[in-house]
Design a protein around this ligand. Structure first.
Ligand SMILES: Cc1cc2nc3c(=O)[nH]c(=O)nc-3n(C[C@H](O)[C@H](O)[C@H](O)COP(=O)(O)OP(=O)(O)OC[C@H]3O[C@@H](n4cnc5c(N)ncnc54)[C@H](O)[C@@H]3O)c2cc1C
Length: 386
């Protein structure tokens, strides 16, 4: 074991055993943080169980949430959530629900069964309407099932130069709504949503690991400041508070989504509360006319590009490598652009590379094992014996 890991394990246990200082001695008040155990992450590539690839449905204008009238159908669009679909799902669903029901209709079709389709269908159902989901794929075959599973509400959600003036405020309202609604799943069986301490490790000697970015610059929005006070804060760590051989580190409680379990619980809730799911592929928008429902909510994600010919939806490729589960690993890492998230269904490793242009415009969903192994090799340096 790394020598500093042994020391780290002893740290505050020693302090806890000390006798209280005499009352006359004035010592400056300093918070005492709990020492924790850091189980070693097993980075042997032989533990890889699969590599999955998914495309973020990016729109420079931000997600399309608006009504279009097509023949006798009222079509409400709710797609294009970039790298933020799980995070924004509930807030975006609430906005789409209001548009779907504002005409007074009470029978609604939802196209799509990913993060956006499931949450939208549930919200409309709970508002008292009858809802049928029509989808080509359900969990675990949707792109949503291949997401990392962290709170990332402004990840590749829009481009600064293309958003409307009211977008930042609409985004903030969606985000705040989602933050609250995700909490309803914290502490439930299967931990669909849980907080995990994420250690952000900085090492000036190591560059970011991951694919080369696509040339050019999009200027993705960054709205972190709008959420100040909403989410838990990051705290800088002293070297004695963590075992990792890096120049500096900080920690914050990261909201994570156990995507497999979350999607299962959403699906079950929808079915138990009276919703219906029908497997169906649409090849052209004109096929919507065949549906009995007068209102159709389009939650097809990247699929909207082909189905509705919407070329404003661009792919941003992302890959995750799955190590077999290690229940004893209860912390997350961010190191040299690599994220490691411990989930019940596996340890999720993602090499994000130098910047957000990585994967931009790339629609190749072929797994790249060299990318995965490079990330594991970099993480392994955090756990080697001196
Ligand atoms: C590597 C990676 C990691 C990510 N990590 C995160 C994360 O940690 N947190 C986060 O918030 N977001 C993350 N994202 C983004 C997130 O995955 C997406 O924003 C989200 O999955 C979009 O959900 P969706 O429901 O719109 O689309 P999808 O999951 O693609 O669902 C679309 C649905 O529509 C159906 N459909 C499509 N076309 C048709 C058709 N023609 N006929 C019938 N049905 C159709 C599909 O079958 C499916 O059911 C990540 C993305 C990637 C690539």
């Amino acid at each position: 074991m790394h020598r500093r890991m042994v020391l780290a394990g002893l740290g505050y246990a020693g302090l806890a055993g000390c006798a209280a200082a005499p009352a006359t001695v004035q010592t400056p008040m300093r918070p005492v943080f709990q020492r924790r155990n850091f189980a070693t992450l097993l980075t042997d590539p032989g533990r890889l169980s699969r590599i999955t690839v998914c495309l973020r449905p990016f729109r420079a204008q931000g997600p399309r949430i608006e009504v279009e009238v097509a023949g006798d159908k009222r079509v409400v669009h709710n797609y294009g959530h970039g790298g933020s679909g799980w995070s924004l799902s509930w807030g975006s669903a609430a906005a789409a629900r209001d548009l779907a029901l504002e005409g007074g209709q009470r029978s609604v079709a939802v196209i799509g069964c990913g993060a956006i389709g499931l949450t939208t269908a549930l919200q409309i159902l709970r508002a008292g309407a009858q809802v049928t989901i029509y989808a080509a794929e359900r969990t675990p075959y949707t792109r949503s099932a291949r997401a990392t599973g962290v709170w990332s509400p402004d990840s590749r959600i829009a481009a600064e130069s293309a958003v409307s003036a009211d977008f930042p405020a609409r985004w903030e309202a969606m985000t705040r709504r989602s933050w609250v609604d995700h909490h309803a799943f914290v502490g439930l069986d299967g931990d669909p949503v849980r907080f995990v301490d994420q250690y952000n490790l900085r090492d000036p000697d190591g560059g970011a690991v991951g694919p080369e970015p696509t040339p050019g610059r999009v200027g993705f929005v960054n709205y972190g400041d709008r959420l100040r006070g909403l989410t838990p804060r990051s705290r800088a760590l002293t070297a004695a508070e963590h075992p990792f051989p890096v120049a500096s580190a900080s920690v914050f409680p990261q909201m994570t989504f156990n995507v497999a379990e979350y999607a299962r619980q959403l699906t079950e809730a929808f079915l138990m509360e009276g919703g219906r799911i029908v497997q169906r592929v649409f090849h052209h928008p004109s096929e919507l006319a065949e549906l009995a429902e007068p209102v159709v909510v389009n939650c097809t994600g990247y699929g909207a590009r082909a189905l509705f010919g919407d070329e404003s939806v661009l792919p941003v490729r992302g890959q995750i490598a799955w190590l077999t589960p290690q229940p004893e690993v209860t912390y997350a890492l961010w190191y040299r652009g690599i994220s490691m998230i411990p989930r019940a269904d596996g340890i999720v490793i993602q090499a994000n590379g130098r910047n957000q242009m990585v994967g931009y415009g790339v629609d190749d969903e072929t797994p790249d094992s060299a990318e995965a192994e490079q990330a594991l090799a970099a993480l392994a340096t955090l756990f080697t014996t001196a």
